[in-house]
Each structure stands twice: as structure tokens, then as C-alpha cells.
Design a protein around this ligand. Sequence first.
Ligand code: PLP
Length: 378
Amino acid sequence: MNPKIYFDNNATTKCDEEVINAMLPYLKEEYGNPSSIYSFGSSVKESIQKARKNIAELLNAKESEIIFTSCASESNTTAIFSAVRNNPNKKHIITTSVEHASIMEAMKYLESIGYDITYLSVDEKGKLDLEEVKTAITEDTFLITIMMANNELGNIYPIKEIGEIAKTHHILFHCDAVQAVGKVKIDVMAMNIDTLSLSGHKIHAPKGIGVLYVKENIPFIPLVFGHQEKNRRGGTENVAYIIGLGKATELLLKDNFTTNQKMKQLRDEMEKQIQEKISDIKIYGDMENRLANTSSIAFKNVNAEELLVMLESFSIFISTGSACNSEIAEPSHVLTSCKANLKEYSPIRISFGKYNTKEEVELFVKRLENVVAMLRRK
Ligand code: PLP
């Protein structure tokens, strides 16, 4: 039997054992409601505060600026609609053509009710032009929303510079940092970020827990009303998952980018071996500013879906683009924005995580070489 090789960590990650163990007491014994006055509830509240402290430290934020949500999609939606409702007289938003679906779909909806959206274009490497950000700004612009790192290409965007532009023009700046956490040093103060989203399941916490950072003194209107999270996000707290996210964050802080270095070595070694062994390949993305764990790679005249299916038969799990898009038959909006020649070069996405090893990379390249040769002979 083939050992399972999971190289799709930008889609989701395995929950860390330490995270599971930290969560378990809150599913078994510590089931009090954090809003209760008695100690059985209030002690849970204290544990939530510890988790909040870790996340604040990760972002260089204040604990009071951290709101727990159900996922990053909720955080993105909340940030966008808070900005919309706080600026009823303005109608222009700037974003990019390569954002995650939770941003794209919100933009499409706002367009349908009369908002004017500028989708900044990217070049063939998926890079943004900062000048275009500046020239897109009008008197009517109230929000800029741009991701820190792209889930498909791994491109890292110049967030500090964009934050600076937004600040100079007194425009709110929202940043989807889901893919950047643990791979890029995030500092919401230095980067002039007003609101930011992150997700637990990309950093070895469970699916279904997210964070929204909201800078102090930014006008804010909740999406889900209620008393929890200081009236900013209603709903009884998902205690165990918050504790899990707190633990995953603690582990990231301790790790201090050591794993990121390890993933970079794996990725670079894999790309080197592929380049040596397989002809006519193309690596997508910005080679100078790319997440250390990500590789979007295509093999001339080899269909990525067919490749994915063949690799799956060897228990190797990769993706053909964004996992969130895999149910949609259309080509990825990120790759079409890069004007990729998908007929000739349709890429697979390999994204490493902390559990991947050199041995897995070697086995993968060996299988890949055979499978590509087989598909090319077809
Ligand atoms: N933003 C980006 C860049 C993502 O890659 C994802 C998930 O794939 C999300 C947002 C959504 O995160 P969640 O699954 O927590 O809603």
C-alpha cells in the first residue's frame, strides 16, 4: 500500500495533537458558558482571554482588538459590510482580481446593488502594480481590501506599502491574511492594517474558527449581533475551538518561522528535482515574493486534473488550484487573471506543511516523473 502523502496544506492542515489535547477538557469537563457569573463559567472566560492574548501577540495587536468568529470567510464578510454600513455616502471599493471567494462574492453582490468596484489587475506572475492602487483612488473610495498572500500562487503582496497609501488617503484597509499566518511576519501596526482576517484550519487548529482583528477606534458594526466579544460578534463562544486556535498560535510563536524555513527547503528541493528530471515545465507566481511552502507548477501538454487523479491513485494529495474552487468547473480566476495559457500549461498546486518530509518529496518526484511521462505518451 502507498503511504498517504498530503501536499495540500493551503487547502487545510492536520489538527496538531497538542491542539486537540488542549481542546479536549473544554469539550468534556469545562463546559461552562463563559458568560456565566459563577466560577465554572468565568474560568472558561479566562482561558479564552489567554487564547486572545496569543493571537494579539502574533499580530502585534491589542487583546481588545481581537474578535473570534466562525471562520475567515465570516471575518472578511464582517469587515467589508461594517465598512459599507459605516460609509453610506461612498460607493467605491478597491480590491484585486485574485482575492479569495469570500471577498470576490461580496464584491459581486455590492456591484449588483450599485457599488463601484475596482479589481486591480495582476501581471503574468500575479504581481500587483502599486501605482495602480494609487491611481484607482477617487473621492468616493472608502475601502481597500487586498490579501496578504495568495492561496494559489503563494504570492506575497506589498501590504505595508498598500497600508501606507490607504492611510495617507484616509481610506479603510482590510487585509485577508489567511495564507500568510506563520509564513510572513505580520505586524498590523507597522503595516497600517485596519481590519484583518485569519483562519484556524490553515495553522493546525480545527476548521470552523476564525479571527477578525479590528483596530481600536475604527467604527465597527457587527454582522452577528449579541453581547459576546464586547458586542462585536454575538453567539455563545466556540470555546474548545478558540482554545485550540490559542494553542496553535502559541506553537507558531514558539516555532518562530523555523518550520517555514524547513518548508522552503522542501519546496526548493522539490522544484530543483522536478526541473532536473522533467522537461517543459512552468512555475507560476512571483519567484521573489512567494510563500515558502507553495509551488504552482505545470507540465507542458499535461492536464492538471488528469495528473491529480493519477497521483491520487498513489495516495498523493495535491490540488489543481484553490481548494475552495474545486467544485466549480470554470478555470481558476487567479490563473486567468495572470493570463496563463491553461491549455498548454495547467498547473497543480503543491503546498507543504509542518508534517511533510524529505522522503515524501523524493517519493513524490519519482511518481510525478512517471505519471507525467505516461500522460505525455497518451
Ligand atoms: N482567504 C483565503 C486566502 C483562503 O485561502 C481561505 C480558505 O481557503 C479563506 C479566506 C477562507 O477561510 P475559511 O475556510 O476559514 O472561511
